[in-house]
Each structure stands twice: as C-alpha cells, then as structure tokens.
Design a protein. Structure first.
Length: 95
C-alpha cells in the first residue's frame, strides 16, 4: 500500500500498539484490555529518526518496517453532496 521508509524488522507481539512517535522512532505501547493490567509507558524499539512530511500517514506494517502512505483529504465532491440550492420548508412563506 505504502512505501517503506525504514527497514526496522521489529518483531510484533499481541497486545501491543505499534506506531511512529513524534521524533520519528518506531515505538510501542501496551493496549488497554478488560481485566488486564494497563501501564501507559512508551517503549522505543528502533531509533529511525524519520523526518515526517505533511500529507503522509506513517505506520508500522506487518513485517515490522516503518512505511508511509499519501493521505486522501478533501477530494472531489460527489454529485449527491453538492448542494443545489435552498430547500423550501413548510413555514417558508412566513419569511
């Protein structure tokens, strides 16, 4: 889907959320589950030092590499969502 930015090769485990932190490093945090202890401590797994560019989504893929994908925002509006004018309501004659 996206292009590989850094080949970290991080081994993924169940119960952990993997992400790219603000400094551009590959990190993980324990996911909150019912009946299990939760500690919000971020562990840095690999110091990539990626400089994030605006308009891209950075993530850790299944193989443990840091990838990025172009974000789709504000695309072409569909015909249904384009407004054709004001709709007249029941009490429009009072205005």
């Amino acid at each position: 889907m996206g292009e590989i930015v850094c080949k970290c090769g991080v081994k993924r485990e169940d119960g952990w959320l993997y992400f790219v932190d603000k400094k551009g490093n590959c990190a993980r945090v324990n996911m909150k589950r019912a009946g299990k202890p939760y500690r919000k401590k971020v562990e840095v797994l690999h110091k990539c030092g990626i400089k994030k560019e605006p308009g891209y989504l950075y993530y850790v893929d299944k193989r443990g590499n840091v990838c990025r994908a172009k974000m789709k925002r504000g695309g072409k509006k569909s015909k249904k969502s384009v407004k054709k004018g004001k709709k007249k309501g029941f009490f429009s004659f009072l205005r």
